[in-house]
Design a protein around this ligand. Structure first.
Ligand code: S3P
Length: 441
């Protein structure tokens, strides 16, 4: 998609059955663990967005054999560890990619230099550098722990690390560092997505998870050897959220997303939409490679505002932008609290959603770690739309406002739509296939 801007217009109902692209979190991890393992890992359903392609290229740079066999089908030949890359590792827009790879690289006596695009170079890396430093890794970086950064690892000490912020990326970086070191323990006061733990087991690692009063303890003993395996990547619930919410807000719609990941640490949005009165049905629930997947159908619904419990934030942190869009079409207020982490994503998502929704005529109240949306229905008018939304290169800000435009009174335009390809390369075609009017501006 090379358009400078995209415009979404209100049209007829959205109808159809689609598959969400492969889960981004699981795709990064499949490539990284495949490269750390000994032997061949075959992956099906890999997300082929820019973020994950960067991780694939990085794994080749660290010495793994990485080959694309066909659509979503990749083969990784792991060499049982990382060797020193000959050039800078550019992770593009991907916070997950760079933080997990830094953790993995820290386990080896090599130096590696990491960088990324303008957004990634502005994001905090201290959250991973702190525990990696306690384990014995060293680095040199820009002020404030920013990229570019050169990391040197090897000969790490074990640590027990309590996560100061609920971050699966930090948890995973520590676990991956501990893998080739002396092991480690991570304590998370609030449980975050557990794909690293599940996948480590799939690669033959021994890992103990137990819930205690101070949170969840994840213990990785020293001396692990990973063996290549087969991985089927389920559909990404964070991407499925866009067509599902579009169906909820466009009158007459019914959309089914097949094969969506239903991991309990990822489905806070479904719970919240259910509480708002969304007509959602979950069918064909099945197990695929250690993860639960299902087909999810959304029908146009009269939504009501809710208070989203702050403790639900880790299970839907990437879905608040699209939830805020649903909330704009609901009656009453939707209060989203305890979401300060949204400010350090690909953009400051609280600020950009507040600005975009306000520009489209929705009522919003912004606080340091909260966003409240006043639904238009209560005020007895629709959502006006009619704005050009600044996305700061954030894919989820762009997709959220395009979905909003499908139900707003006037068209909504977004800048930098090319960034959508970082996580959802086929988004525009998939939405058009359902009947959405999204075109080049
Ligand atoms: C991710 C964890 C989350 C999420 C990101 C993917 C992961 O980030 O926002 O899109 O794959 O571990 P944090 O760890 O910063 O919460």
């Amino acid at each position: 998609m090379s358009a400078a801007q995209l415009t979404a217009r209100r049209g007829g109902p959205l109808r159809g059955v689609v598959r969400a692209p492969g889960d981004k979190s699981i795709s990064h991890r499949a490539l990284i663990l495949g490269a750390l393992a000994s032997g061949v890992t075959e992956i099906e359903g890999l997300l082929e967005g820019d973020d994950v392609r960067r991780t694939a290229a990085a794994m080749a740079a660290f010495g793994a054999g990485v080959e694309r066999l066909g659509e979503g089908r990749w083969r990784v030949e792991g060499r049982g560890g990382f060797s020193e890359p000959a050039d800078v590792i550019d992770c593009g827009n991907a916070g997950t990619g760079v933080r997990l790879i830094m953790g993995a690289a820290a386990g080896f006596p090599i130096a590696a230099t990491f960088t990324g695009d303008g957004s990634l170079r502005g994001r905090p890396m201290n959250r991973v550098l702190k525990p990696l430093g306690q384990m014995g890794a060293t680095w040199i970086c820009r002020d404030g722990g920013r990229l570019p950064l050169t990391l040197r690892g090897g000969n790490l000490k074990p640590i027990a690390y309590t996560l100061p912020e609920p971050s699966a990326q930090v948890k995973s970086a520590v676990l991956l560092a501990g893998l080739n070191g002396q092991g480690c323990e991570v304590i998370e006061p609030e449980a975050t997505r557990d794909h690293t733990e599940r996948m480590l087991r799939g690669f033959g690692a021994e890992i103990e998870v137990r819930d205690a009063e101070d949170g969840r303890h994840i213990v990785l003993p020293a001396g692990q050897a990973l063996k290549g395996t087969r991985i089927h990547v389920p559909g990404d619930p964070s991407s499925a959220a866009f067509p599902l919410v579009a169906a909820l807000i466009v009158p007459g719609s019914e959309v089914t997303v097949q094969g969506m990941l239903l991991n309990p640490s990822r489905i806070g949005l479904l719970d919240t939409l259910g509480e708002m009165g969304a007509d959602l049905s979950v069918t064909n629930v099945r197990d695929e490679g250690g993860e639960t997947v299902a087909d999810v159908t959304a029908r146009h619904s009269a939504l009501e505002g809710v208070d989203v419990p702050p403790e639900r934030a880790p299970s839907m942190i990437d879905e608040y932008p699209i939830l805020a869009v649903a909330a704009a079409f609901a009656s009453g207020r939707t209060a989203m609290r305890g979401i300060g982490e949204m400010r350090v994503k690909e953009s400051d998502r609280i600020a950009l959603m507040a600005a975009g929704l306000a520009a489209c005529g929705a009522g919003v109240e912004e606080e340091p770690d909260a966003l409240t949306v006043v639904g238009a229905v209560r005020a007895n008018h629709g959502v006006g739309g009619g704005a050009l939304v600044t996305t700061h290169g954030d894919h989820r800000i762009a997709m959220s406002h395009l979905v909003l435009g499908l139900a707003a009174e006037a068209p909504v335009r977004v800048d930098e739509p090319g960034m959508i390809a970082t996580s959802f390369p086929g988004f525009v075609d998939l939405m058009r296939g359902l009947g959405a009017d999204i075109g080049e501006a």
